[in-house]
Design a protein around this ligand. Structure first.
Ligand SMILES: Nc1nc2c(ncn2[C@@H]2O[C@H](COP(=O)(O)OP(=O)(O)OP(=O)(O)O)[C@@H](O)[C@H]2O)c(=O)[nH]1
Ligand SMILES: [Mg+2]
Length: 313
């Protein structure tokens, strides 16, 4: 693995600090939170800052981009979250798969809120649901799918949503779209690299070639054939540096950053197949429940990815 001696991610834009303060304020009146995670990196895309903001409000965990990882990994994550008593909803907010179940759970949340209100002699009102998470994990896409039409901007780059915005679904749900929230600093540099690989942090935060080296370390044993095909440079026993240099020579007049961008873009677009960058076995020990976990050996992981990535060819 590349020596990550200096911080890979050095970035905390002003608009995120502001969004964080505003979100904290709005959350006071929210009944239910949808915490959106990136299914490729459920651990790195969850952060304690955001969990603190959510506090003890009822929360559903949305494992979005579930279409981007092999089915076996998805099942494992669902079991893992359930075993930690989390309500987990795998979704594909691009085509809408799994979104009905989220809507149903939000409706049920609304019914409970109103039962409590009526008991206290208050009038029923719509349920307030906030959608929160890292940048670019698909929060706005999820909202559009829940509403059934494009009501908020959603695009393939981090930092699209800049302001909090309430939208209403039918009579009984109000949804809050929020800008992606980063923690002020990320100490775990490997987690930071995974976030960057998945495009869940702005490009301004890192140098593509450094992140691409980490991506190469992870991807070259998992999908060597796919990399050979796409880039025309045999992975073989090449180090990340020499592979990127060879790709740069071949395709980009020696420009390493462009070669790096190409590798990252291929991964992000799913061109390399369905690939999970994390498994439950990587969860820190505190969050790790030995009974439910069957650790995934590296070899299993490679075989499973190789087999499932063929589906996409
Ligand atoms: N394959 C796949 N793509 C998705 C999914 N959900 C969202 N996307 C795509 O991911 C990109 C980012 O989606 P957004 O909805 O803008 O993400 P966001 O979390 O609102 O991002 P910010 O507003 O920047 O924080 C878009 O191109 C979506 O079409 C999904 O489940 N699967
Ligand atoms: Mg958004």
């Amino acid at each position: 693995m590349e020596e990550l001696s200096t911080n890979l991610i050095q970035w905390y834009p002003g608009h995120i600090a502001k969004a964080r303060r505003q979100l904290q304020e709005q959350l006071k009146q929210v009944d239910l939170v949808l915490e959106v995670l990136d299914a490729r990196i459920p651990l790195a895309s969850r952060h304690s800052e955001l969990l603190q903001l959510i506090g003890d409000r009822p929360r559903l965990v949305i494992l979005n981009r579930s279409d981007m990882i092999p089915a076996g990994f998805l099942r494992r994550w669902v079991t893992w979250f359930e075993s930690h008593n989390e309500q987990i909803f795998p979704t594909n907010s691009q085509d809408g798969e799994g979104v009905k179940a989220v809507l149903k759970a939000a409706h049920q949340g609304g019914i409970k809120v109103n039962e409590r209100r009526v008991k206290r002699g208050m009038r029923p009102r719509s349920v307030r649901v906030a959608v929160v998470g890292f940048p670019n994990v698909g929060k706005s896409a999820l909202i559009n799918r829940m509403v059934g039409k494009r009501v908020v901007a959603s695009a393939a780059k981090p930092g699209v949503t800049r302001q909090l915005r309430w939208v209403r679904i039918g009579e009984d749900i109000d949804l809050l779209d929020s800008p992606g929230i980063l923690p002020p600093r990320i100490d775990d540099q490997i987690a930071a690299a995974r976030l960057a690989i998945c495009d869940d942090i702005g490009q301004a935060a890192y140098v593509a070639s450094r992140v691409a080296l980490v991506a190469y370390e992870i991807l070259s044993p998992l999908v060597p054939k796919r990399l050979n095909e796409r880039f025309g440079v045999e992975v073989g026993s090449l180090t990340g540096e020499s592979w990127l240099e060879a790709v740069a020579e071949k395709k980009y007049q020696g420009n390493i950053e462009r070669a790096a961008d190409h590798l990252l873009l291929d991964f992000r677009k799913g061109q390399l197949g369905r690939i999970s960058l994390e498994t439950p076995a990587m969860a820190p020990p505190a969050a790790f429940d030995a009974q439910i976990e069957e650790p995934l050996s590296r070899q299993d992981s490679v075989l499973e990815h190789e087999a499932e990535s063929l589906d996409l060819s």
